[in-house]
Design a protein around this ligand. Sequence first.
Ligand code: BGC
Ligand code: NOJ
Length: 811
Amino acid sequence: MKFGHFDDQNKEYVITTPKTPLPWINYLGCTDFFSLMSNTCGGYTFYKDAKLLRMTRYRYNDTTPDTNGKYFYIKDGDTIWNPGWQPTKTELDSYECRHGIGYSKFTGVKNDVKAELITFVPIGDPVELTKVTITNNSSAHKDIQLFSYVEWCLWNADDDMKNYQRNLSIGEVEVIDSTIYHKTEYRERRNHYAVYSVNTKIDGFETSRDEFRGAYNGPDRPAAVIEGKLHNTIASGWYPIASHQINLSLDAGECKTFVFALGYVENPEDEKWEKPGIINKKRANALLAKYQTTEDFDNALAKLNTYWDGLLSKFHVESNDEHVNRMVNIWNQYQCMVTFNMSRSASYYETGIGRGMGFRDSCQDLLGFVHLIPDRARERIIDIASTQFQDGSAYHQYQPLTKKGNSDIGSGFNDDPLWLIAGTSAYIRETGDTSILKEMVPYDNDMSVATTLMEHLKRSFDYIVNHKGPHDLPLIGRADWNDCLNLNCFSEHPGESFQCFGPSEGPVAESVFIAGMFVKYGREYAALAKLMGDTAEEARVLAEVDKMTAAIEKDGWDGDWFVRAYDAYSHKVGSKECDEGQIYIEPQGMCVMAGVGVDDGNAKKALDSVKEKLDTKYGVMILQPAYTRYHLELGEITSYPPGYKENAGIFCHNNPWISIAETCIGRGDRAFEVYKKTCPSYIEDISEIHRTEPYVYSQMVAGADARFHGEAKNSWLTGTAAWTFTNISQYILGIYPTLEGLSVNPCTPAAFGDFNITREYRGVIYNIEIKNPNKVQKGVASLTVDGNEIEGNVIPFDSSKKTVNVVATMK
Ligand code: BGC
Ligand code: NOJ
């Protein structure tokens, strides 16, 4: 069942009922200022950091997962309604929500009154703009009232929910004309406040939530709206809000438009006050002055659309498959940008009060957006590397505001260092900018011990070389990519963090997955060493990679698939020998991507085992058989009920690894079959089962052992976005950036047909035509570049050209 449809022309998903299985959200904002916007106008707004600079409240653990937003109420006689349905939930005569790229539009109709909202964050300004258009479509004159509503968060979203003994006494606001200023804590250590304004004279305002709602009412029955009159209250403590009232007198057919602006303002310390106790509003007023007319609004929206069109056109495919076109050209790239901005901080599942930026998450996200915003990828790499320790290990997370490592969680996730190589290599392959390798980058933010970024990569690599276990495989530490495989943790008490409890290192537990990573990214590091002219380092690295490959072949192979790990007793994890958890997805994907077993047939065997043991119609499960009891020696993974999350869920993040691995052995049919299973557009028809947004990837789909097999959770902020984009663009469609230039080597289903790609690469536009006359799955027979046939798959990079026309004919 569907709850809407794609509008590819406008790059929108059109939701046709507010009653979607779960809130279906969108993100507004490109830098610094962000809003989450659900299909019923729910969501919250923050500046830079969802926890520390939260502007509006979200209500945690409420009875619907979507309570509180930026609402507009309409009172038309005795009927009170919202264009986005919530919070009154008055049945609408018609409803539509269009989530677009960086904006959302809502149209609600009730009793011949039409309300249209468009909301977005303009490029370059910390403000959310909403244009509200109210039309009287009846044949009679109407007097109606429009009310806005936001509930302020007292900035620190975590403290805001807990510390009532203080917080209920500190709320402060000012109101001048149509602008409400929220200034809680400005009197002391903050130099920022929020504003909510509208470009018209208002007929009333409210800043006290109690006054707005009335005793015992919720936001669904606000007393002041029912009364049709706000009381011009100035909040003092309790719960500050902002609400405007506009009385509308509309003739038949008449419409009126207003622009609302919700903004964030910072003042320099010495310019905080206009006079004692009165905030300096100069900057706020300057910001608001930019968006006073509908033309200002429309121009800013047009600018935003141009910005996104420019970004998304950097990779464009035209194939016979509408799902591939739509996901690649629009939604998958868009989601990659959102994961760049949010990391894992603020979604409807990541609460905006939890973790900071993940070291490994951010490095992997980079794979998906480096072609879109290479400059910001460069900055991100430096930020991440600056949190590395001198021995090559790394803080697992860092805080976006301070960019400092998070000592609560510390280090000891032994895959982390290698992801820095993955991200840096992707950046250089994309841009050719080797100057980044010579940048001086601190360790643990201490500039006095800074070295070049290249030295950071060496220490990343050597961290693994120097931390091996009894089988010469890498020690796992607290966990590797699978945060829940905690082989040194042994946690027996509720409340202990599986990630932080126990020693950060054990001398025995080893990871075959990290071994695969070491081979793959070790080779990429060797290629960088060679590029920088250090052939001695290249040779040293490749020798280490060979040793690791041998260790995987010897002790990492289980007969039909790769072993997952060795636990602290040196028992195998992910082996036929185990009673539960006999086969895991991660080493099958990573080892084959690294080329292990490709020549001797083990890769094929491993991937056949994946198909036989882990596949379902909704995607490939992370492991089988599911753990049915808690295994002290394995940690959090066995804490989840069977079929959920890391315990035999379909973890979408590593499905593309399997798909890529299939392309490594040339099986385009199967690679694409795996791609399709988790691809949101392909499964739009089963939205009632899948439940999360049909335009973005979710982290997890419940596996075959779960009660709700096929149901997804944790949409938006997942490494799935970057890895699926990498898979479809670089491996299936086959346009892979190498250090020397773009390589063209597709691996598609036999029946996929011809396709064209436009790809911007290092400032040059490549128009690539791919022909597959003999319906093969892989192999390029000839490659012509601007009419000249070349040897091999790689188009040599030539910066003197503006466009390059390429024709690849498959065998
Ligand atoms: C989740 C993991 C996550 C980890 C760290 C676990 O509870 O299952 O997916 O990576 O927490 O936040
Ligand atoms: C989510 C985390 O953000 C990511 O770092 C981890 O690899 C996966 N969960 C698997 O545990």
